[in-house]
Ligand binder design. Sequence first.
Ligand SMILES: [Zn+2]
Length: 80
Amino acid sequence: MPERVTEDWCFSHGRVEPDDENTYRVCLECSHVFQTEADLIRDHNAELAEVRVRQPGAPVLPDATSGEEIWTCPHCIHDF
Ligand SMILES: [Zn+2]
């Protein structure tokens, strides 16, 4: 971790993640940068797949096909 935490610091991954005008979404809690909508959908669906493995039979949302369906950060679970 750098000596001073900057606003680009992602607390979910422990690294600097710069965003720019083309960034799709930034989590306001952990500051993870989803550079594209596809990045968000991939990480969200990966988390759902992990839940299906960890908790077989538990009710799990279907995979998202659009970023508009995703309301929480897949890394820190905070609402967007
Ligand atoms: Zn987050």
